[in-house]
Design a protein around this ligand. Structure first.
Ligand code: GAL
Length: 460
């Protein structure tokens, strides 16, 4: 009896314990269920609001350009500049100064983006390829450029080649050129209304032995800020008119609007260097990337702490791939780079490359261009990349900045700015990590007209 009582007592204790355990588990389960639902709702909400903001940017816009019937002879210069690959008919029209459809690629002044005319209009649209006026009504001159966001002045600074001079050929076989005027700088708070801050690094008029002498070449200037020294440091491609000097130049300034003091040029790591860029990582380490070995490969190296020189640390990347015009950016710890092929001022196909470290190895993951039509996608929308600007506050969203070169009149080259997003699977099966692809797709969407997402436009 006692045993039975003890047993039933211990049995009821036991069942009480079991039931309490079950109860606890149920409560825990309910809690996690409600919590999960909450997180899911939040994520869904973010996704939906992100999606609705980006739907507009990621819409695929097609182009249907009718190629006019063939005329007699093409401009011989256009034929010479045409890339060797097929699909050239529309490229021929693009390169032909007298083409009937030239205005499609180079619309005239009447259609210019004019922030002053559109002042008060809350929908500042970018029109890739149209003339873009600064706040004084002059076409912006910042080709092959890059943008620095200055934390101190909370302002964007756009630096680029000021090409406002006549185009000519120094030699019969040489590339079209404009004498060096210097590096133009424009400032803006909204990335649409730009104020001309003047020439922040000027050409040298008289001293023929100076790197910046007007008959030389100064291309693709980029500026980064050094947090330790408090200086703004500019790196650029320095060359002679025949592109045989193949060097990089360095200049320094106390303020983003200059004047920049030119320091020196050199062949990085002792190698020839043509198209180049610099990249400052979140940890303050800065890198230089340049096309080398006659543009057959790229080299990447770290800059010194003061960014005024480079270390000996250098790796060869994309060996044998013949890429130039590198534009680098970072997303969720992965580095991405857009490059162009090497066809001078003529447009060609962009490619994306990805890496876990800036120093490489880099893997080529395909053409980022979406929309337009096949020839648009094979010519980077008739432009060549120069910089990728992250949109602060919108992770995964960037502006792809490119130049639509006009080799017949380089000063009239246009800007092609387009939304770039990172996400989704890459087109080709590439490196996998435990079944997960290592890289995301980088997409650049063609638009005749587009604007930044409202959450970005409305911020102060
Ligand atoms: C391109 C290069 C430009 C400029 C041009 C001259 O390949 O990207 O920056 O150097 O050649 O032909």
């Amino acid at each position: 009896m006692y045993r039975y009582f003890a047993f039933s007592l211990s049995g009821s204790r036991c069942s009480l314990l079991v039931w309490s355990l079950v109860g606890c588990l149920l409560i825990l389960h309910l809690y996690t269920f409600v919590h999960d639902k909450d997180v899911q709702n939040q994520e869904n909400h973010m996704r939906i609001s992100h999606h609705s903001q980006f739907r507009e940017l990621e819409e695929v816009e097609e182009e249907d350009i009718q190629i006019p019937p063939p005329r007699g002879k093409r401009s011989p210069r256009a034929a010479k500049r045409r890339p060797r690959k097929p699909h050239t008919s529309l490229i021929d029209e693009f390169l032909d100064e007298s083409s009937q459809i030239r205005r499609i690629f180079f619309p005239d002044l009447e259609t210019a983006m004019d922030p002053m005319k559109d002042a008060g209009n809350d929908t500042p649209y970018y029109y890739p390829g149209r003339i873009w006026l600064d706040i004084e009504g002059n076409p912006i001159q910042a080709h092959g450029g890059g943008i620095l966001y200055d934390e101190i002045t909370k302002t964007y600074y756009w630096y680029g080649e000021f090409k406002d001079g006549p185009t000519y050929h120094a030699h019969k076989r040489g590339a079209a050129r404009v004498d060096v005027i210097g590096v133009g700088c424009y400032s803006s708070k909204d990335m649409w209304t730009w104020k001309n801050e003047g020439i922040v690094l000027a050409a040298e008029e008289k001293n023929e032995t100076h790197d910046l002498h007007k008959l030389n070449v100064l291309e693709r200037p980029k500026v980064i800020y050094n947090d330790k020294t408090g200086k703004y440091v500019m790196w650029m491609h320095i060359d002679d008119a025949n592109y045989t000097k193949a060097s990089v130049g360095v200049a320094i300034s106390d303020s983003p609007t200059g004047s920049f003091h030119y320091l020196y040029s050199k062949r990085p790591h002792g190698f020839d260097s043509r198209d180049m860029t610099i990249f400052k990582d979140d940890d303050g380490v800065a890198y230089i990337l340049y096309s080398s070995e006659d543009n057959s490969e790229l080299h990447v190296g770290t800059l010194n702490e003061d960014y005024l020189d480079m270390t000996n640390n250098m790796n060869r990347i994309l060996v044998g791939q013949h890429r130039e015009a590198p534009a680098l950016f970072k997303h969720r710890g992965t580095y991405y780079m857009i490059t162009s092929g090497c066809t001078g001022w003529a447009p060609n196909e962009a490619l994306t490359h990805a890496a876990e470290s800036v120093m490489g190895p880099w893997e080529t993951i395909g053409n980022p261009c979406i929309g337009g039509n096949k020839i648009f996608r094979l010519t980077t929308f008739f432009s060549q990349g120069t910089f990728v600007l992250p949109l602060p506050g919108l992770p995964g969203s960037f502006i792809f900045m490119a130049d639509r070169w006009n080799p017949a009149d380089l000063r009239d080259s246009r800007y092609v700015w387009l939304p770039l997003t990172v996400g989704g699977p890459v087109d080709q099966p590439l490196e996998y990590n435990f079944g997960f692809p290592l890289w995301s797709r980088v997409s650049i969407y063609w638009h005749k007209k587009w604007r930044l997402p409202y959450s970005w436009r409305d911020k102060d």
